[in-house]
Every structure is written in C-alpha cells, then in structure tokens.
Ligand binder design. Structure first.
Ligand SMILES: [Zn+2]
Ligand SMILES: [Zn+2]
Ligand SMILES: [Zn+2]
Length: 89
C-alpha cells in the first residue's frame, strides 16, 4: 500500500440519525415491482433497491437528491457506500 494515495470521504457530515422510510424498497412497493437487495439513504432514510435489482432505486435516489451515502439494509450487513467518491466507507 502506497501512503498518501488513499481517498478520503468528506461526505460523512451528511449522515443523519435516520428512520427507514419503509421495510422494503419504497418505490418498488408503489410500482408493484420487486427487488434483490435493499439500501438505506443515511441522509433521509429512503429505502431503495440495489443495482442488481431491475429498478436500481437507491442509485436513482442519489441522482435525484444528491444524498451521497447509503448503507446496506440487509440483515447482518452494515457496510456503507459513498456514491460521490465511489468507495466503501
Ligand atoms: Zn464521500
Ligand atoms: Zn426499487
Ligand atoms: Zn436520501
């Protein structure tokens, strides 16, 4: 590992104490669609589906709102992803 090459995420100050908007993908539930995995927006609590799902609502939510960081909403998973930096936190 080279020192000084690591990227830093400066978006963690946009993380809020959020309440999940739904127990499934909010937008898929409205459309009557299905999803593969769930992601939660750490800025507003929007629950959306992952990029392996047909509708990719979590990514769409980022493009619509600019909210940069999601966390896995799968049981037992707590990794976070910053869309702006394209990196795991
Ligand atoms: Zn970031
Ligand atoms: Zn969805
Ligand atoms: Zn959001």
């Amino acid at each position: 590992m080279k020192k000084g090459m690591e990227k830093m995420c400066i978006h963690e100050d946009q993380i809020r104490d959020v309440t999940p908007s739904a127990q499934g993908c909010e937008d898929c539930l409205k459309m009557g669609s299905t999803w593969v995995h769930l992601r939660i927006c750490l800025t507003c609590g929007h629950v959306g589906c992952c990029d392996n799902s047909p509708n990719k609502h979590a990514t769409k939510h980022y493009h619509d709102t600019g909210h940069p960081i999601i966390q896995s909403f799968q049981p037992g998973e707590d990794w976070r992803w910053c869309y702006v930096d394209d990196m795991l936190l």
